[in-house]
Design a binder for this molecule. Structure first.
Ligand code: NAG
Ligand code: NAG
Ligand code: NAG
Ligand code: NAG
Ligand code: NAG
Ligand code: NAG
Ligand code: NAG
Ligand code: NAG
Ligand code: NAG
Ligand code: NAG
Ligand code: NAG
Ligand code: NAG
Length: 633
């Protein structure tokens, strides 16, 4: 309805008043909501693992390579007159790490310098380092952190070496800078007296440096990024991919058994995005990550598809199925099983509890073999041994869904197209729940160009989509935005929910991060029926209650270009006299949170007072909100 007003001679306003929407929430008659609902999907997509969540600061610490991606010295450089060479010494550090860097004898101070993953964050805190060295050397080894911009040595320590020919020795050290570096343009170096080196030179390998890690776990995670992830209140972690699990070329899929145990026994692998993974972030570290953020693990297992469309034929697949059974025994088996004992031998006698297994195989022509034998072979083997295991199929178009298989749905699209999916899950059934394992707005409506960062209009479209998922909670597993993380120095796919560089202060939390965080922190245990005076579009909503926090909750989004919509929400006589409204808007619908920019999402928290039994507020165009009111009886 249109209303016109004239105030004096100066102000003339023409307002489009959309009809008010009244919602009556029924306190009874709802469905139980999924305990998971919001989670995270992770894979090492161009340095979101190595050089990202995994806290190792040294890039290319062990010269890991393969026929696909050969070992390289990069980004190491020599110090002084150092002459560096990659070598496969006759005595390797380990069969997993055969290649090391040789520093030839020379004049003056020689050594090796590493710039980290496009920088090293140097603060007044304790850095733990280690390296292996082999070769005749009489002298000391100096480990340092230096600022590239100021040339200053920020921290330094001297290690007395007793290095011999033919024997690898390991040294540990710590570095405590006396002040914070001005920026993250810093390097790490190991320096020696060139004259003290024997004629065969000195070989270094597995040169590692960690800042304090999340929960102080050895070989652990970057604390700032873990805190950022905690801010998403995630309930599940889907790992280790995606494409990262599959690998691009045979035989380089993700071998779980090459990612466990001491770092010197992890060969690493050529990831699908052009660089070698250290696999320092391995199977055990993924489970510890789940423990630390209290997330339900969803383990993706390889099932015979490589990204270059190599598909393992039915007759050859059995050993791969067996490999997955070994992996499951490693995770869940008692210590008197072969792989349970292997887990204990690498330091983890206590098994983990895994309930969900999936993968991502409806791609690269994988569907027909998935439907005809791959899915069934894995399903049959796994459920025979673990009858309660919930298997997530990587497609929602599985020709014959088995048991109570959960189905994984992925969507990357533009804002209006995602809003169109609001009803997509209405037809699903509880017999086969749906996991939305990957979703994101990737382009603007009028373009095919990939966005660099999420936009606010895209985040509102995602809010509409998430409301559609939550309304169908009785047959949904949950949803995870993808990709989760990107190192802005090595971007393979944009947009991502979180963008980061070496400097924690520069982490970019996208508009979608803020939206997801709000929705994820306010969970339903029961989704309640709602009577409304209007249909869905351009406003969308879902209501429910949380029996743990004792609250009624409304989540809503307004995906309309032209108007603010007056809302009245009645939670019934059982709700408190006040409610808290958290409203997210942005000044520009195309606003993006970018590196170095300010947060474009405006969060307005207000307290509403019940009037005539209901709470009233205006919902601005392109906004999302959460309204909560305590249950008083
Ligand atoms: C919703 O509408 C139905 C049908 O008109 C009515 O029976 C029910 O009481 C209403 N519920 C609420 C909470 O208003
Ligand atoms: C080390 O051995 C690997 C595997 O045989 C080979 O591909 C690589 O070229 C060797 N590197 C050097 C520096 O000799
Ligand atoms: C490098 O070697 C040259 C020639 O041996 C020598 O004159 C020079 O001092 C050395 N530089 C350093 C930094 O040690
Ligand atoms: C280091 O000292 C040992 C023992 O004195 C000696 O055998 C070795 O040759 C020395 N190495 C070098 C590089 O000077
Ligand atoms: C995939 O890569 C493997 C190993 O390089 C090669 O043998 C195979 O032909 C490739 N498959 C396809 C479908 O290109
Ligand atoms: C890892 O598993 C693969 C596949 O089952 C097997 O071929 C390989 O020998 C294992 N490697 C190690 C080091 O256990
Ligand atoms: C269905 O899934 C549940 C776990 O969610 C499991 O306990 C049950 O055994 C499964 N039933 C079938 C028939 O697969
Ligand atoms: C596409 O839409 C955006 C947002 O509405 C607008 O800023 C941009 O100018 C449009 N681009 C083209 C090519 O129409
Ligand atoms: C992925 O990372 C590698 C290694 O850092 C880099 O060379 C490559 O350009 C990156 N890929 C993309 C698409 O950015
Ligand atoms: C509860 O589930 C049933 C069956 O799927 C559905 O028809 C009904 O709309 C759901 N109620 C709510 C409040 O979501
Ligand atoms: C307001 O926006 C809605 C949805 O975007 C659209 O359907 C409607 O036509 C618009 N109304 C006016 C008056 O522009
Ligand atoms: C927050 O919302 C209230 C109520 O709608 C409004 O009065 C206030 O101006 C808003 N504050 C900001 C900072 O937008």
């Amino acid at each position: 309805m249109w209303s016109t007003c004239f105030v004096g001679v100066f102000l003339i306003c023409l307002v489009n008043w959309t009809n008010a929407i009244s919602l009556s929430v029924s306190p009874t008659g709802g469905n139980a909501s999924s305990p998971y609902q919001y989670g995270i999907m992770f894979e090492d997509i161009n340095h979101s693992g190595d050089g990202g969540v995994y806290a190792e600061l040294i890039q290319n610490r062990a010269f890991q390579g393969s026929t696909l991606i050969p070992s390289t010295l990069s980004p190491w450089v020599g110090i002084g007159n150092a002459s560096l060479a990659l070598q496969n010494t006759s005595i390797p550090l380990s069969s997993s790490l055969p290649t090391s860097v040789n520093v030839a004898a020379g004049t003056g101070v020689v050594g090796i310098r590493n710039p980290g993953f496009w920088g090293i964050d140097v603060k007044v805190q304790t850095y733990q380092g280690s390296f292996w060295v082999m070769g005749s050397y009489n002298g000391t080894i100096t480990a340092s952190l230096e600022s590239t911009s100021s040339g200053e040595v920020l921290a330094s320590t001297t290690i007395k070496a007793h290095s011999k020919t033919g024997t690898w020795s390991e040294y540990h050290f710590s570095l405590v800078p006396t002040k914070d570096a001005p920026d993250s343009s810093n390097t790490f170096s190991l320096a020696v007296d060139g004259k003290g080196i024997g004629s065969a030179g000195l070989n270094f390998n597995l040169i590692s440096l960690f800042p304090p890690t999340y929960k102080n776990r050895p070989n652990g995670m970057r604390p700032d990024l873990m805190e950022v992830l905690k801010g998403l209140n995630p309930s599940f972690l889907r790992m280790p991919g995606g494409n990262n699990l599959e690998g691009r070329y045979p035989p380089y899929h993700w071998f779980w058994n090459l990612t466990i145990g001491p770092l010197k026994d992890r060969p690493g692998r050529p990831g699908p995005w052009g660089y070698a993974n250290t696999d320092g972030l391995g199977l055990v570290e993924y489970f510890q990550w789940c423990d630390d953020l209290e997330m339900e693990p969803i383990l993706a297992v390889f099932d015979g598809l490589y990204l270059n469309r190599t598909i393992i034929p039915e007759a050859d697949l059995a050993p791969y199925v067996q490999d997955t059974m070994n992996e499951l025994e490693f995770i869940m088996g008692s210590t008197d099983t072969v792989y349970g004992a292997l887990r204990a031998s690498v330091g983890y006698p206590k098994p983990w509890n895994l309930k969900y297994i999936g993968n991502e195989d409806n791609l690269e022509n994988g569907l027909s073999s998935y439907n005809s034998y791959r899915f069934a072979m894995y399903y049959d083997a796994i459920t025979a041994k673990y009858p309660d295991m919930n298997i997530i199929s990587s497609t929602d178009v599985l020709s014959t869904p088995l048991g109570n298989t959960t189905e994984d749905y992925h969507i990357y699209t533009n804002p209006p197209a995602l809003v169109q999916e609001f009803n997509y899950f209405d037809q699903r059934t509880a017999a086969h729940k749906t996991l939305v394992g990957e979703y994101a707005i990737t382009t603007a409506a009028n373009s095919t160009a990939r966005l660099k960062y999420p936009t606010w209009i895209g985040s509102v479209a995602e809010a509409v989509f998430l409301i559609g998922i939550e309304r169908n909670s009785e047959h949904m597993f949950g949803a995870s935005y993808a990709p989760l993380l990107e190192n802005l120095n090595s971007v393979q796919w944009s947009p991502d929910m979180i963008s980061f560089v070496a400097d924690p202060a520069k982490t970019v939390l996208s508009t979608s991060y803020h939206l997801t965080s709000l929705f994820s922190k306010t969970r339903f245990t029961t989704v309640l029926p709602v009577n409304s005076t209007a249909g869905f579009g351009p406003c969308y909503w879902v209501a429910g209650l949380n029996s743990d926090s004792g609250e009624y909750i409304l989540k809503a989004a307004n995906y309309a270009s032209n108007s603010s919509v007056p809302f009245t929400v009645n939670f019934g006589a059982g709700s408190d006299s006040t409610a808290t409204l958290t409203l997210l808007t942005a000044t520009d619908i195309n606003a993006q949170n970018v590196l170095g920019g300010t947060n474009q999402v405006i969060t307005n928290v207000t307290t509403l007072v019940k009037t005539s039994g209901a709470f009233s507020f205006d919902m601005p165009s392109y906004s999302a909100l959460v309204l909560t009111s305590k249950i008083v009886n």
